[in-house]
Ligand binder design. Sequence first.
Ligand SMILES: NC(=O)c1ccc[n+]([C@@H]2O[C@H](COP(=O)([O-])OP(=O)(O)OC[C@H]3O[C@@H](n4cnc5c(N)ncnc54)[C@H](O)[C@@H]3O)[C@@H](O)[C@H]2O)c1
Length: 247
Amino acid sequence: MNIALIGYGKMGKAIHEIANQKNEQLGENKYNIQLIVDIENRATTTLEDLRKCDVAIEFTSPHTAIENIKWCFDAGIPVVVGSTGWLDKLDEIKALASSKNQTILYSPNFSIGVNIFFEMNRQLAKIMNKYDAYDVEMEEIHHTEKKDAPSGTALYTALDVLKFVDRKVDWKNEPTNSENTLDIISLREPNVPGTHTVTYKSDIDSIELKHTAHNRKGFAGGAIVAAEWLVSKKGVYTMDDVLGFNQ
Ligand SMILES: NC(=O)c1ccc[n+]([C@@H]2O[C@H](COP(=O)([O-])OP(=O)(O)OC[C@H]3O[C@@H](n4cnc5c(N)ncnc54)[C@H](O)[C@@H]3O)[C@@H](O)[C@H]2O)c1
């Protein structure tokens, strides 16, 4: 599988490292990093260069993701998008994918553990909808260079809480202590890859659902799993499709 890495920062490099490790274990170059694109060579890389790849994996930034997705659509190659903070444009991208018959898989978090956390969050929210003695709040902690807040993972988690817990109607990225608002507290601390907590609290007890990433290997490994899954598909997908949570 020939892979284009679009964005060669912390995540691009982590994906390259995992691909190399997998190849070493297999004794063959199954996950071939054919092309690396970052700011310096973005303008000089052509659609022809991209077309030599079976799939692209995009981890750049909230502001550059859309342009890169459209670029992959123009080249006609499926794209796995890890960049966060662009979901306000999701409908536009879905419509474009459909009109151009192109393929995209996006997820705010490619770690298998976080996707299990997402599914547990949905199940817990469905249960807690009946128990209004519990208030619910969220916290996310990330490294200090992170550009978006709340994190894409926190936002995705929050939207699932809002979907199933009727007493919460909106979210705010600050402490409001309001009955109908889901508070998301974002903390930035050095070297934290990502920690997300959902807490249901009553006067008598608390229930906490927490995922702690110890490093970036989970995101990187999950992105390669997603790329391999996507390569023979057409359409718009998320990690729920890869892991079978949509069935
Ligand atoms: N989905 C996930 O599992 C997951 C996990 C971690 C991070 N992220 C997200 O992925 C994105 C990247 O994270 P990171 O930690 O690697 O960031 P980073 O800042 O370390 O790396 C981003 C890289 O993209 C490059 N870049 C910027 N604009 C570009 C463009 N137009 N074309 C090509 N390259 C460009 C930058 O030069 C940089 O090297 C962020 O949005 C982050 O929130 C997602």
